[in-house]
Design a protein around this ligand. Sequence first.
Ligand SMILES: Nc1ncnc2c1ncn2[C@@H]1O[C@H](COP(=O)(O)OP(=O)(O)OP(=O)(O)O)[C@@H](O)[C@H]1O
Length: 242
Amino acid sequence: MALVEIRDVYKSFKREAQTVDVYSGLTIDFEEGSYTALMGPSGSGKSTLLNLVAGLDKPTRGSVRVAGAEVSAMSAAQLASWRARTIGFVFQSYNLLPVLTARQNVELPLLLTKLGKKDRAERTAIALGVVGLGDRMDHYPRQLSGGQEQRVAIARAIVADPTLILLDEPTGQLDARSSEEVLELLRRLNEEFHKTIMMVTHDAKAAGSAKRVLHLEKGDLLERGVAATHALPEARREAVAL
Ligand SMILES: Nc1ncnc2c1ncn2[C@@H]1O[C@H](COP(=O)(O)OP(=O)(O)OP(=O)(O)O)[C@@H](O)[C@H]1O
């Protein structure tokens, strides 16, 4: 069983009199331990895919299962606690709370768990250590560089030890050096910590750090292996009918 199973998913958005059909029968799997980059033109439905997997949005029809659980069937309350345990979400614009320190930002998701204060402090320190910011725990976001802010956001995403990390253009606002640091961190999270990663990106370099690259384009879902050790002999068409 794949960690993420998307089966015959339709998704439409209604805007005034118009309906936008983003997916018309999307079927795809993401295996446990995989690291996938999702590419494609603006509006092709990349962010929508992450939102469906995180249960932030529901399919118009079809099934989205994560670790065997039907995400679209959960109530809002079930979703909140499931998401806190299962999913780490990282956004392009970091989304840190400016009035909280790095430590407090990272601790936030743990407040939704049953962990006591001491365990929360310990896990927070470990997560900030993993992203290389053990010496910046009491800094506020404004006292950090963009790359450091994004690494705090990644620490927040991994602090509850989720199975799946979803990232929406994580390097979109970063310079080349900070991007490289973030990508190196993602490779480690995948290889050393066995986290499953799905990353939306427009950046070919970022996609190059993934083991699998999916291209969402007008009605087609194309798959290309780019990492040397995972390269496919040629671009392979995996499924049609987005
Ligand atoms: N909440 C919404 N209401 C109405 N339309 C929406 C909504 N969310 C997304 N859409 C539409 O669905 C389509 C897919 O959007 P999505 O954000 O998934 O694209 P994307 O590939 O991530 O684009 P980008 O690269 O620009 O972020 C777009 O046409 C978008 O306008």
